[in-house]
Write a protein that binds this ligand. Structure first.
Ligand SMILES: [Zn+2]
Length: 262
């Protein structure tokens, strides 16, 4: 039996722990202390570290964890872009199409490359779950720091093609703020209203809004809904002329960067 639990870290990060009751893998440990606490409290032994991308809030706990547990660190060592530094923590390089088979916890992941937030971003797929770092968030998506908006859109489209029931393990608790933007994009979408209520109840109880799932994201996430007439209309009112999916996506991503919810 595999359990997946969120360890809150830093401002609003989640470090996901995948464990079988004895041995554990962690995804994106931006901090060591909360992970070591969790492992001790639950009598777990760390056997693997999985990285989605090289941002500090996802990797800064690795060195300290490895002083205690000398375990492999999986991820993309270098994106291949010579102007961009690699991830020096990676011991086992993963690429598109690779399979990562952990012995304990016994989980096998398929690897897909999902650039557009950072060039080196990968996602870990296992039947029923995806660990997608900072590419897809609850009702939102990551910023386009490296690569093109087209790459980010393509990465999101690949995630959106996963089965509807796939649980989406994002690396940040951004859902409430993202939903305010989603509502500005699509004020008449009742699924967004419902999710705002559900999110408020969870956050009032100090619970994570994650994992999400692909069906809920397709119903409420404006970045997966760029061709919906209501969204295109909102963007046109803001001056959009290129109403292609990429045109709408690019305009929405730029708008979101400066969006302050009222
Ligand atoms: Zn990031």
């Amino acid at each position: 039996m595999i359990n997946i639990t969120a360890i809150p870290a830093l401002q609003d990060n989640y470090i996901w722990v995948i464990h079988d009751g004895g041995q554990a893998a962690v995804v994106d440990p931006g901090e060591a202390a909360p992970v070591l606490d969790f492992l001790a409290k639950n009598r777990l032994e760390l056997t693997a570290i999985l990285c989605t991308h090289r941002h500090h809030d996802h990797i800064d706990g690795i060195a300290k964890l490895r002083e205690v547990y000398n375990v492999p660190v999986y991820g993309r060592r270098h994106s291949g872009n010579p102007r961009i530094p690699g991830n020096p923590h990676i011991t086992d390089d993963l690429r598109e199409g690779d399979r990562l088979k952990l012995a304990a916890p016994a989980v096998t992941f398929g690897i897909i490359e999902v650039p557009g937030h950072l060039d080196d971003h990968i996602a870990y797929l296992t039947p029923g779950s995806v660990f997608c770092g900072d590419v897809l968030f609850g009702a939102g998506c990551g910023r386009n720091f490296e690569g093109t908006p087209a790459q980010l859109l393509h990465s999101l489209q690949r995630l959106a093609q996963l089965p509807d029931s796939t649980q989406v393990y994002c690396a940040h608790e951004y859902t409430a703020a993202n939903l305010r933007f989603a509502l500005a994009c699509e004020p008449g979408n009742p699924a967004i209203q419902q999710r705002i209520e559900a999110t408020r109840r969870l956050r009032d109880a100090n619970l994570p809004t994650l994992p999400s799932n692909i069906a809920l994201e397709k119903a409420t996430n404006p970045f997966l809904r760029c061709t919906r007439p209501a969204i295109v209309q909102t963007l046109q009112q803001r001056g959009l002329s290129d109403t292609s999916e990429l045109g709408a996506f690019t305009a929405m991503r730029i708008w979101k960067n400066g969006f302050q919810a009222a």
